[in-house]
Design a protein. Structure first.
Length: 316
């Protein structure tokens, strides 16, 4: 577990009712935890911890108990190594029977013989003549274990999501469609097109998992160009095949020192503004965003965005 003295003291001095939500990213080797704190009407990012997977249960349990986090709303997001995300034809059944009917096509597509937990979410728009849905499947033992841990610690588990859904929360405030490129440490680059907090397109870009090993000059010797080709293909698909208005902004967050170089070159090639993706709230924790999980932050921000939407609706 890695936590600074500043973070420790902040947690110890925080009042129980100031803790707004916890977001947990379940990674392949490391689990990240984000804590949002509410003071009055303001919500800020105040806590960030890393736990080794092997010792997570013991150390996270001690951390929760030491800081009196009983009842804290908690949101969990799994990283790519735990689940399969697939598009399948929507079963021709009533809406309340879709989930049960999915077990048959999923059995043919899944690459595991273990019992799985699965869910689905609709696609906002469809290609002409198609009626697909997105399905997510995770081995049941993972879900059962994390549920039991949350119950034992008296944490209020609100929702379990995956990276692609957590990414939507990071750009929740943008009403126009945006393209995001986000990469977790050790993972693949995840390209998403998001509009009105809905996932219109998601792709895993293969072959870019080791970008941090290259210098700026090496990245410019074909790697960034290849990345731009994948981005342009996604932009074209969104506007031409899905018949949506053209995207005007790209947000990027890669765990590499040269990400600003990548952002600048993409901006030149694609001819579109490219910004580094940052949370839409005050950051009170001493953290390097390039080394921490935005997946955990996106999970924690589910509660934040719900509260913001509720305030706007009440004001209207």
């Amino acid at each position: 577990m890695q936590i600074s003295w500043r973070q420790y003291l902040t947690l110890k001095l925080a009042k129980r009712n100031a803790i707004f939500s916890l977001g947990i990213s379940i990674g392949k080797h490391t689990h990240h935890v984000v804590g949002l704190v509410k003071q009055g009407a303001e919500v800020s990012w105040a806590h960030a911890c890393k736990f080794d997977k092997a010792t997570f249960k013991t150390e996270f349990s001690a951390w929760v108990k030491a800081n009196n986090l009983d009842g804290t709303p908690t949101y969990i997001s799994y990283t790519e190594s735990y689940y399969q995300l697939m598009q399948v034809d929507r079963p021709d059944v009533d809406d309340n029977e879709v989930h049960a009917a999915l077990q048959w096509p999923l059995k043919e597509l899944l690459t595991t013989d273990k019992d799985v937990s699965y869910d689905f979410f609709d696609m906002p728009v469809q290609l002409s003549g198609q009626h697909k849905i997105n399905t997510v499947a995770i081995e049941y033992e993972h879900i059962e274990g994390i549920n039991q841990l949350m119950f034992d610690l008296n944490l209020d588990l609100q929702q379990i999501v995956v990276e692609e859904i957590a990414a939507c929360e990071l750009v929740h405030s943008h009403s126009e469609a945006v393209l995001t490129l986000v990469q977790e440490l050790g993972g693949e680059v995840c390209l998403n097109i998001i509009k009105d907090n809905q996932l219109y397109l998601t792709r895993r870009l293969r072959g870019f998992d080791n970008l941090g090993q290259f210098s700026a000059d090496e990245l410019r010797m074909g790697i960034i160009e290849s990345l731009c080709i994948q981005i342009q293909r996604s932009l074209d698909y969104f506007s031409n095949q899905l018949r949506q208005a053209q995207i005007k902004h790209i947000f990027l967050r890669l765990p590499i020192e040269q990400q600003e170089v990548v952002a600048q070159d993409i901006e030149k090639v694609i001819d579109m503004p490219v910004s580094l993706l940052s949370p839409s709230m005050e950051i009170k924790v001493d953290i390097n965003l390039n080394e921490f999980s935005l997946n955990a932050l996106g999970a924690a921000m589910i509660a934040y965005n719900k509260s913001e939407s509720r305030v706007h609706n009440e004001a209207a």
